[in-house]
Design a protein around this ligand. Sequence first.
Ligand code: GLN
Length: 545
Amino acid sequence: MTKYIFITGGVLSGLGKGTVAASIAKLLQFRGFSVSMIKCDPYLNVDAGTMNPIEHGENFVCENVWEFEPAKGFVFRIAEVDQDFGTYERFIGKNVHPSHNITSGQIYLSVILRERIGEYLGKTIQIIPHITDEIKRRILEIANEGSDIILVEIGGTVGDIEGMPFLEAIRQLRNSMAKEDTMLIHVTYVPYLKTIGQLKTKPTQHSVQRLLQAGLTPDAIVARCELPLTLDEKKKISLFSGVPIEAVISAPDLNVVYALPIVFEQQGFGDYIIRRLNLIPAENPRIGLKEWEDIVKLFMMDNPSIRIAMVGKYTRIVDSYISINEALKHAGAHERVSVEITYIDAENYEVKDLESYDGILLTPGFGKRATEGMIKAARFALRKHIPFLGICYGAQLATVAFARDVMKWKDAHTTEVNPYTSYPVVDLLPWQKNVQTKGGTMRLGGIGVFIKKGTRLWNAYKQKYVIERFRHRYHIIRDYAEKMMNEGYVINAEDEEKNIAGFEVSWHDFFLGVQFHPEFKSRPWAPSPPYREFIRAIKRKLELN
Ligand code: GLN
């Protein structure tokens, strides 16, 4: 019988509820249980794919693509999910399926389309029970995958209007299950007031009240705070929330997020959960705990710093590129350097300022804004021999920079920005040009990539065939790439359909771009090969070896 842990949030969003959920899952893995993660997002978008990262953080891309069929005769391909899925994968080391990101958009779309095709004939369609039933159905369906425990994170904070149907659905689910089969963990914020030198528990009190109003009683409270809670503060929270004191858990700010499961372990959180769910751990001592501690130590080492400029168009919030940040940190930790990232707004910077960085990473993106600034950064790295990694749009725009600068094709461009360029070095493929909807032409999810021997990319992977994740519409066009080959442009990878999947420049120590997003598969224990090779190139240049 699958057990469920629901995770809600209070006081504010952006508390790192995803990291808390992933860390709890880790505690269960340490005890030998299999886990699955679900994230419910109350927004009305059907998937995260159409959201600007500045508004909602990164779009994470799953390995699998899900054929979502809200009603007979309607199918949508979904692989883009909330950024929390990246956190889940980086902690639990298991690919998460896109159907585990349940949005209000999907729920309402299913119910409304089914109403139209007559599935509810004669009935008045209502939020309760129709919307809540659909939410419950989706959550329960995932139990068929056979995990011991499913963790369900509810996005947003309690009290948000959009979140109500989800809270009501989990209230009903909890009612229908035995007490030891479900658990509710509420994540709140306990601010530290510098002026009086105290942690304040009042906002937590209010958010617990909101939860109780929704008919939900918490079994544990995780308090996000600058400093760990004292015993007195834990007692206070325990008193007003009705949660036993051992289940009031501190989640203080950490330099290394991967240390959170250990911080939880030290407070006995894992044992409490197991007791509360009436589970008998499969093994003792813990599985993988020691290895996890070793990984965390690797991230805490005092290493020499390297500085990387991350040039892009969504630099206003750091979450826009969270998987890239993490991939750089993973690679750095394993290469014994500490990576300092500076985000550079491609629309507003002086290109010569890039000189002070040890490496330049050109980021993914969509649309025209800031592209000239991005191309300039690539050209600078090319001319000044600064180690350079271009990811997806970053690789496409670096190709444009090569075409303009080396080939002297002055108006070379991607047709995404300039459809009238005389050198469309990046363009749609012929079949894509006839498809009307934007969704229909996007290449998504894990696709096989063949790596060419003798290239720098080969040094990274040392493997002929890998699966990496894609999220793009445009391609580097072979006819142009072949002309550029005479000047040192090297195609280092092709995908299953023989499209160009990566390139590098032969006369530059490290100027490499990939059409895919290797960051999505980087793990703290297994850094992504292209990122690691990039860090190695920087180390070589700085003679840090
Ligand atoms: N906009 C580009 C494309 O659609 C690149 C996308 C990306 O960087 N993920 O191909």
